[in-house]
Each structure stands twice: as structure tokens, then as C-alpha cells.
Design a protein. Structure first.
Length: 454
């Protein structure tokens, strides 16, 4: 096993795995992960390949936190899937009863989930550098302060010393305690104050990809990994989307209860799509989807002016066409029930969907430059103007290429593919042959260009 410190501080490109929340639908995620694990095992000629050796940071919310933690301690995706099948009926098989649901607001007893997590993770704590083999981040929400917590195991983290003795099972329980399904998880924070922690999916981090990118790159956090599409890979895997499209007649006579029941769906749909949109304008995304009919897939829009990472997103929508595309023929009743987050009867079907979707959508070409487990750092040669380099330069004449130019009388800025470029008053705005814009110093322009005769 590669050690934690090598993942956090070692050379080479950094790889991040982001896992969505979704209850029992996490078994679909595991279908994707099994295929990814098999593909990378073949590429690295390692039949005992573990994703904890490949990814430098694994993060998840709710059911995604269970999978992320299992992977981080060295479990294979197939092992975790087996436990999901063992666990499904125990956790979601017996409801608490009408009166407990009415007065306590919970459908299920916490105890079966607690016992299962204790059996999986034992006495491993967040700060265990020997049993946790890679970077791990678990997302939970603190109900009474409305704050979303990214609980991670980087030893230089601001709250690591206070949190390092928290048992993993307890943190995962805090991430999976979905309101109306389970009671909150009560834990003391660094000041000794008791907090009520609930499912991190009740926030923008049900899809935690953007927050994991920030965790890996912002100076506020200790990771501070180098940006660039060859320097950072983020793989985001969903638990399947419900097909929520209906006709306007559906809402023509909605009552209060019907509107209230739909509110979480509206929020979760927008939260997931917002994460997708942000990641696609930050990164180079071979798997990009159309955000809407006006924005499209955003491949020509770079928010930072350069690709900050390579971003891959794998998920499915539970509609007839998409299911048929992966070779699944689902009835209308199955399409209606499959999005349910607490129905263990769907485990086999969800597993099959994940396996077939993984086989169809995950291809090694998406991982170009990141396939090898021990990839060398992306190297670039650095040249400084005015310096001498012992290179066999040859003589060339610059071709006559017509460009457009306009003198700007005030300071200006241009967003280019290489980043933000600044020009000062009197400099020229140049329009290249492919429509690209850049600035040219006024004196350099006079020495270099002559106006084309009409």
C-alpha cells in the first residue's frame, strides 16, 4: 500500500475521487467503481489493484462517505458492494412505526446502521495514518449552525488535532444521518460544544466535487495541489438521477402537501447541476454534458482562462431511453421505484445498472496521462527572455498573416486561453486569424506591423 504521506506530498499528478449521496442507490456507484478498478488493474498489471493506491484524495457525502471510507482503508469496490447487499435489508428493512415517525420524525432506527459501520471500520480514527491509506474527506452538515463540514485527515489541517480521535464510524454516521430517515448524530466539536450533525446531502455537497476541488487547491486548506489539466484529475460518480420531467398539467392543481413534497427534488436537481456547471467551466471535461439548451456543454467557456484540472463525471438518469442505451429494459413501475433511496428491493437492479453504465461510459481514453499508477510529474521547460540557450536554432521567415488591430486609448484586459492579459492605454488590441484576441505593446506594434494597403 502507498502511504498517506506519499499521497499528500508526493510528486506527480494528483487524483481526486468524488462520490455523491443517494442512500441505497450507492450500490450503483459501486458498479461504476468496479469497472474503473478493473480497468486500472489491467493497465497497471496488478490483479490486486486498490483505488486507495490510485487516488490521492477520496471524498463523499452520505452513502458516498461510506464508500469513500471503505476505499480509503484499502477495501476493493467489490468488497464494499457485498456489504451493501448484506446491509440493505438490515437498515431499511424495518420501519420505526407511525407514531415514532410522527413524533420523532424518523423512519428507521439508527442502531442497525451504527452496528454495521462499527463492524466495517472498527476502532479506526480519523488520524490513523497506518490504516487510512490515502486522503479522506467526509461531508456532514451541522444542523444548529447551518454550516457544512468537510472533515478530512490531512495532518496539517486547521482542526486535525481536535478531530483526529473521532472514530470513522461516527463521522460516517454523521454524514449519513438523513433527516426523516435517521436521528442526527450528536458529537462534540473542538470547543467541547455538542453539535447535531445530519446528512451532508442536505446542502450543495450532495455532489461534493466542487468542494473537493476547493479543498485540494485553496490556500485556506493544507493540500495546495498544483492546478492544470495535466496536474489534477477529479473523477465524480453519481448515484443515478430520477427522471423528473412531467407536463404542466401535473402542477395545475397541486395542493400544499404536493408542493412541499416536490421542494427537495427541485433543490437537489439544481444543486447537482450547479456543481456540474462549475466543474465544466473550470476543467477540461471529456464527459461534459449539456447544462441547458442555451449554455450547452460549456467546452468553449473557461472561467479561469485555462483548464484548472481534468474533470470526469459519470452518472445515469432513470428514463427509458437512457436505460435502453446501456442495455436495460425497465418497466414503467421499475422506472418509478428505482430512484427511491431506501428500497432494498432495488439492490440487484441498481447493481446491474451501475455495472452496465460503467462498462459503457468509463473508457481509458478519458484517463489519458493518468492511467499509470506511478505517473511522473508533468514536466515543462522554462525559458526566460534575454537568456542564452545552447539550442540548434534554425533560420525561418515569418509568413505574411493578416491580422486585425485597433488602438485602445485606455487600459484594458483580455481573457485569453492562457489566462488574463493586460494592455495599457495606447497599446493595440490584436485579432488573430482564428478569432483569438491579445494585446500588443504600442512600440512593438510599430516595429512589427505595417498597415495593409487597400
Amino acid at each position: 500500500m502507498i502511504k498517506l504521506d506519499d499521497h499528500l506530498h508526493g510528486p506527480g499528478p494528483k487524483r481526486i475521487l468524488s462520490l455523491d449521496g443517494g442512500g441505497i442507490r450507492g450500490v450503483l456507484t459501486l458498479g461504476f467503481l468496479e469497472h474503473l478498478e478493473d480497468m486500472l488493474a489491467k493497465e497497471n498489471n496488478d490483479p490486486d489493484f486498490r483505488l486507495c493506491n490510485y487516488f490521492d484524495l477520496i471524498g463523499g457525502t452520505s452513502t458516498g462517505s461510506i464508500i469513500a471510507t471503505g476505499l480509503a482503508i484499502g477495501m476493493k469496490a467489490s468488497e464494499i458492494k457485498q456489504k451493501y447487499f448484506e446491509l440493505g435489508n438490515k437498515i431499511f428493512g424495518h420501519k420505526t412505526g407511525f407514531f415514532q415517525y410522527l413524533f420523532k420524525g424518523v423512519k428507521y432506527d439508527n442502531k442497525p446502521l451504527e452496528l454495521a459501520l462499527k463492524s466495517y471500520f472498527g476502532d479506526i480514527t480519523l488520524g490513523d495514518k497506518e490504516k487510512i491509506h490515502t486522503g479522506l474527506c467526509i461531508f456532514s452538515k451541522r444542523a444548529e449552525t447551518f454550516s457544512t463540514w468537510a472533515i478530512h485527515n490531512h495532518p496539517e489541517g486547521k482542526f486535525f488535532e481536535q478531530n483526529k480521535d473521532w472514530p470513522l464510524w461516527q463521522i460516517v454516521m454523521a454524514s449519513a444521518a438523513a433527516p426523516t430517515y435517521f436521528l442526527p448524530m450528536f458529537m462534540k466539536d473542538s470547543s467541547g460544544e455538542q453539535g447535531a450533525f445530519i446528512d451532508g446531502g442536505i446542502s450543495m455537497v450532495n455532489n461534493p466535487s466542487f468542494r473537493l476541488f476547493l479543498l485540494a487547491s485553496l490556500n485556506s486548506y493544507p493540500f495546495r495541489w498544483k492546478l492544470g489539466k495535466r496536474n489534477m484529475l477529479l473523477v465524480s460518480i453519481g448515484t443515478g438521477n430520477a427522471d423528473n420531467k412531467t407536463s404542466y398539467e401535473t402542477y395545475h392543481k397541486n395542493n400544499l402537501m404536493e408542493w412541499a413534497a416536490r421542494m427537495p427534488d427541485f433543490f437537489m436537481y439544481d444543486a447537482n447541476l450547479a456543481n456540474q456547471m462549475i466543474m465544466q467551466i473550470l476543467g477540461d471535461s471529456p464527459t461534459s454534458i449539456s447544462i441547458d439548451s442555451e449554455m450547452g456543454n460549456l467546452r468553449n467557456d473557461l472561467f479561469l482562462g485555462f483548464h484548472a484540472l481534468t474533470y470526469l463525471r459519470y452518472n445515469v438518469t432513470f428514463n427509458k431511453k437512457e436505460m435502453e442505451d446501456i442495455g436495460m429494459d425497465l418497466s414503467a413501475q421499475q422506472l418509478k421505484s428505482i430512484p427511491e433511496m431506501d428500497n432494498p428491493k432495488n439492490l440487484d437492479l441498481l447493481s446491474e445498472i451501475g455495472e452496465k453504465a460503467g462498462e459503457k461510459f468509463i473508457v481509458k481514453e478519458h484517463f489519458s496521462g493518468f492511467l499509470n499508477l506511478h505517473a511522473a510529474p508533468a514536466q515543462s521547460t522554462y525559458f526566460v527572455s534575454g537568456s542564452h540557450y545552447d539550442l540548434p536554432f534554425e533560420s525561418y521567415t515569418k509568413k505574411d498573416i493578416p491580422i486585425g488591430a485597433y488602438r485602445i486609448d485606455k487600459d484594458f484586459e483580455i481573457m485569453t486561453m492562457e489566462g488574463l492579459m493586460k494592455g495599457k492605454a495606447g497599446d493595440f488590441l490584436i485579432k488573430g486569424v482564428k478569432g483569438e484576441y491579445y494585446a500588443c505593446d504600442a512600440e512593438v506594434f510599430k516595429e512589427t506591423y505595417a498597415k495593409t494597403r487597400e
